[in-house]
Design a protein around this ligand. Structure first.
Ligand code: BGC
Length: 805
């Protein structure tokens, strides 16, 4: 695919440049530069940077797949002498990875390989005749940032040729990483500690570009963070990632780093006091096509939806990562399993996921185990022989993610390409069973669930029995494999896996349900997954749904579920007769909840429900990312059950559109690939507007009745109770005030001392409503019930001011 050789340098350099000057007797009609690297690179032709992609060639399982980029460089070449240069950095190939700062995971030397093709003939290839020198980029690392020095002398280096298995070369599979948006500084802050901090108002992944003016002479240091604590710059949650860029410049320049990215909202700048128009955040991620959006008239809720989209943008930087800021940024499999369908509503992720699934297959263990992180750099380096697993949710990504993508896009290749890997994985999991049930192996359980108060300190995996979770996911994966076989026309295998599915399902029921059909585990997550994955017997479904509902109410509609329970919680409620409870959970103002994060100033979704404690300080247990998309999976529920845009069968050729307006969201507009659903509450009516593009057959269902079929534009109107309600109503619980710091301030200002006293404990525990509280205080003569509506109105207004975005 490339004639060139992989060239590096003998000297141990974090970054280097290789270049060659050559002659063209005439300017070509069409010239294509084809290039790739073991590491990261960018090319220059005659001093001009080629292309607008960053972090090329991206991150893949390099030994097996290495993407080659192509650039049209016709305009950059000229008659006579031309120079082509490549600057090469360590990137994921050779640079530090993980909290253990493992280096050289894929190889000892970063190297570049390229051909220049002019009018269909290769006119230049990388080889030993290239020259090499140091780069102005003196140091560079994904986690630590970049040191750029325009004043340093650039010494010559010595080119060496590297062996690389060219069988790994493939054309670029997915869209490249590009700068997709430029964000200006929103405000410059002088912090209480005296730092100069620039706030972009949004947590993003990317870099900062700085401009200097004529006469500038200095060293600018940029340090990045996601949050301020007590108004001060706080980057302890980045752990060992230094996330610092240093730029040494004389004179006027526009500079940005090349081989790093940061997860940040704020940048602390020292060494120069730059005006705000000289500092710009460049948002970087894989440049996918936007396909879906949700907007609503409720600003806090709207912010939540935008936070989810920003979370995707921050974590779709070439691979689906857990987070973009700390010393991880790794392709954790459970996180994308939770978020995949939301991601596929928001953006066209087909190519992005094809690339990643290719690596999942590349890195799957011979016995079928799935690494927790894809690409699996550990194994490539033979560092850790035990890194391929069979645990629930993380490893099940091999069945669930392709299935979700097939359902979203109707593209059978997602199933066909991954079917063999699915079967291998099942075989691996079978090795962890005894008498048919999984009882061994690494498990993350219900990761970060908050229901383990009773357990030993610092247990991240929640209270739900971890092997129960695995067995439920085992059943689900078996079902997916059986259905995949059927879709692929493999009848005998379909039968085989259907039998395994039936058998395991029965074993799970026998093990975890009493003989009268009661689930023997009482956690919310246990109940959720039994309902959602069809584990509970149909004749006991209603009972279990009721138990789940009671459980959620008992928890004050708060989030106690982790990575396993949370993505399915609202579905388990809504699809089993408790839509209103699902809505209360979704719209809950209490800590912990989705809107609590918004009220605490989140502009992306956090890793933990309590990554910021109500007092505004980071969770003391550590491991706090403010940009983790797993809990952003809630947006899928809004697309599918509130806007009600759902595919019937695979690929949205046939759709069911069943919007369900909810209290607190008086107006909503959602779109997916041209399908538009909007509703608006006006004076006792809900007005709907639905657009179905031609070629799609829709069944439109309002209030349980089919009102139209086909495609086209439709308008409907139905009578409705008032949806335009404030965050706090007489039905809100007392804890919804207590457990939201902004609400505490607002309500105390209006209601004074009525939120104190010994009765508060049981009012919180029961939990009692604000209406009850008002009646109670009225009976004590502490307030007049007749004043309550007006006071509540004032408290809501104050709350709105305090949560103003
Ligand atoms: C990551 C996750 C991941 C988890 C595995 C964390 O360090 O950030 O999101 O899924 O480990 O349990």
């Amino acid at each position: 695919m490339l004639k060139g050789e992989f060239i590096s340098v003998y000297e141990d350099k974090s970054v280097f440049t290789v270049y060659k000057t050559f002659k063209l007797s005439e300017r070509p009609q069409r010239a294509i530069l084809k290039a790739t690297a073991a590491g990261l690179y960018f090319a220059e032709v005659n001093g001009k940077r080629v292309g607008e992609n960053y972090l090329a060639p991206g991150w893949t399982s390099y030994k097996k797949t290495l993407q080659v980029q192509q650039y049209d460089v016709t305009e950059l070449l000229r008659n006579g002498e031309n120079t082509v240069a490549f600057t090469v950095g360590e990137g994921w190939y050779k640079g530090d990875l993980t909290w253990d700062r493992k280096r050289r995971m894929y190889g000892e030397d970063a190297a570049v390989c390229a051909d220049l093709v002019a009018d269909d003939a290769v006119v230049l290839s990388t080889d030993g005749s290239f020259n090499a020198r140091e780069s102005v980029i003196r140091e560079s690392g994904i986690y630590d940032g970049e040191v750029i020095d325009f004043t340093a002398p650039l010494h010559d280096l010595t080119v060496k040729i590297i062996d690389y298995n060219k069988a790994a070369l493939v054309e670029q599979i997915c869209e490249p990483v590009r700068v997709t948006e430029r964000l200006p500084v929103k405000q410059i802050i002088r912090t209480p500690e005296g730092d100069l901090v620039y706030d972009f108002g949004q947590n993003v992944a990317g870099v900062v570009e700085v401009n200097t003016h004529d006469g500038f002479d200095g060293r600018i240091k940029l340090e990045f963070c996601e949050i301020l604590v007590h108004g001060n710059f706080y980057n302890a949650n980045l752990r060992t990632a230094k996330a610092t860029d240093e730029i040494c410049i004389k004179g006027k320049a526009t500079v940005r780093p090349e081989f790093t990215f940061h997860g940040f909202r704020y940048v602390r700048i020292s060494g120069a006091e730059l005006p705000s128009d000289c500092v710009t955040a460049l948002v970087m991620h894989t440049d996918m096509r936007r396909t879906g959006s949700i907007h609503s008239s409720n600003k806090r809720f709207d912010r939540l939806m935008q936070n989810v989209v920003w979370g995707q943008r921050g974590n779709f930087v070439d691979i689906p990562t857990d987070c973009p800021q700390r010393d991880e940024r790794l392709g954790w499999t459970g996180d994308i399993n939770a978020f995949c369908r939301t991601a596929a509503y928001n953006y066209d992720i087909r190519a992005f996921m094809k690339k990643w699934l290719n690596d999942l297959r590349n890195d799957q263990g011979e016995n079928g185990g799935i690494p927790h992180m894809i690409p699996d750099f550990y194994r490539c380096n033979q560092l850790n022989s035990d890194c391929r697993h069979t645990d629930a949710m993380w490893s099940d990504c091999v069945t669930m993610v392709p299935r979700t993508l097939y359902e979203m896009y109707g593209d059978i290749s997602f199933i066909a390409d991954n079917y063999a890997a699915m079967k291998k994985f099942i075989a691996a999991r079978e090795q962890t069973t005894e008498n048919g049930l999984v009882c061994r192996g690494t498990e993350y359980g219900d990761w970060l669930a908050l229901d383990n108060e009773q357990m030993v300190a610092c247990d991240c995996i929640g209270r739900t029995d971890k092997y129960y979770i695995t067995n439920v996911f085992f059943v689900n994966s078996l079902r997916i494999v059986a259905e995949s076989a059927r879709l692929l026309g493999k009848t005998a295998e379909a039968e085989l896996y259907a039998k395994k599915y039936e058998k395991t399902l029965k074993l799970v029921r026998d093990e975890y349900f009493t003989k009268n059909g009661r689930l023997a585990l009482d956690t919310v997550t246990a109940q959720v997954i039994a309902l959602h994955f069809g584990i509970v017997e149909e004749n006991h479904r209603n009972e279990l749904a009721k138990q789940l509902n009671d459980n959620v109410v008992r928890h004050g509609y708060r989030m106690v579920t982790g990575f396993v329970g949370s993505p399915y919680l609202l579905f388990a409620l809504a699809d089993n007769g408790y839509f209103d409870t699902a809505v209360r959970v979704l719209m809950n103002n209490c800590y912990p909840s989705w809107l609590y994060e918004v009220d605490m100033g989140a502009t992306t979704v956090w890793e933990r429900w309590n990554s910021l404690m109500p007092d505004g300080t980071p969770n003391p247990d550590g491991m706090n990312s403010y940009n983790h998309y797993a809990y952003g999976s809630v947006m899928e529920f809004v697309y599918r059950r509130i806007a009600g845009i759902e595919t019937v069968g695979a690929g949205f050729k046939k759709v069911r559109i069943a919007p369900r307006p909810i209290k607190g969201l008086p107006a909503l507009e959602a779109e997916y690939n041209g399908i538009k659903v909007g509703y608006k509450y006006i004076d006792g009516d809900v007005k709907y507007a639905v657009t179905v593009p031609s070629g799609i057959y829709a069944e439109i269902v309002i209030n349980g009745k089919t009102v139209a079929t086909g495609s086209g534009e439709y308008k409907f109107s139905t009578q409705s109770e008032n949806l335009d309600i404030p965050p706090y109503t007489p039905e809100s619980t007392v804890i919804e005030v207590f457990d939201n710091p902004k609400a505490v301030e607002a309500f105390n200002e209006v209601f004074g001392g009525i939120f104190t006293g010994s009765e508060i404990a049981w009012m919180k525990a029961e939990p009692k409503t604000l209406g009850f509280m008002a009646e109670f205080r009225d009976s004590e003569g502490k307030m007049k019930l007749s004043d309550f509506p007006e006071m509540l109105d004032r408290a809501n207004k104050l709350f709105a001011q305090k949560t103003e975005l």
